[in-house]
Design a protein around this ligand. Structure first.
Ligand code: C5P
Length: 217
């Protein structure tokens, strides 16, 4: 039987990719499946938390007991999270938010004949949802972030991000492995908390990693 140790805890989880359109039918995005966030939502729900998920376009289902808000763009995800965060006990950002948005073309579908020399798209910076939540975090709130890194020194990068975004826990993973990470059910992560404690979880099911993260919190 699952422990009910998250009873009454209001938890906000972001997951999936965002889509940043540059015309009516084309967008800039990434291959995030939302499986890590889904695992965290399911584990928290089984432990009797009140879970709200803000998700980008994903192919996942949630039990009726989990509240879900579907969004497309980083800006929409940001607005939804800013609205919800003051009422939450914990936040967990697993979404692979696009850091940049193309400046929309704005004339329906861009035709290739309009750009015989090729297409130049200008990008603007999107807000960092996790960082903004960290800036507004109250002492009674807890915040978890993720970091997908190509760097060899995962520990240093993760620690810097933990501090910069005012997090209580960060789960960092390398993006150079075929077995783990994007769109897989397994992941390898380094968990690092604000007290300096750390733990490696190598090639483990995302649901096990999720379970461990809630133990930690
Ligand atoms: O800085 P970096 O993008 O590597 O940080 C990753 C973490 O920040 C993840 O938890 C991700 O969900 C979150 N993030 C966010 N909004 C962004 C970019 C990243 O919430 N615009």
């Amino acid at each position: 039987l699952a422990p009910h140790d998250l009873t009454g805890q209001k938890i906000l989880i972001t997951l999936g990719p965002t889509r940043e359109h540059f015309d009516k039918v084309r967008f800039w995005s990434n291959p995030s499946s939302g499986k890590m966030g889904w695992s965290l939502a399911m584990a928290a729900w089984l432990r009797h938390a009140r879970v709200t998920v803000v998700h980008g376009p994903v192919n996942l289902t949630f039990p009726p007991g989990v509240d879900t808000i579907g969004v497309n763009t980083a800006r929409e995800m940001f607005d939804a999270c800013m609205d919800l965060w003051p009422d939450m006990d914990m936040g967990c950002c697993t979404a692979a938010v696009a850091d940049f948005s193309p400046v929309p073309h704005g004339r329906g579908k861009l035709k290739k004949d309009e750009c015989p020399e090729g297409l130049c798209v200008t990008f603007t910076r999107n807000p960092d949802i996790l960082k903004t939540m960290g800036e507004h975090k109250r002492p009674d709130q807890r915040l978890i972030g993720f970091a997908a890194e190509a760097e060899v020194d995962l520990q240093t990068t993760a620690k810097a991000k933990l501090t910069a975004k005012n997090l209580d826990l960060i789960a960092a993973n390398r993006i150079d492995s075929d077995e783990t990470g994007f769109a897989r059910w397994n992941n390898s992560v380094l968990l690092l908390d604000s007290q300096g404690q750390s733990e490696h979880m190598l090639n483990r099911p995302k649901i096990d990693i999720a379970w461990r993260i809630w133990d930690w919190m």
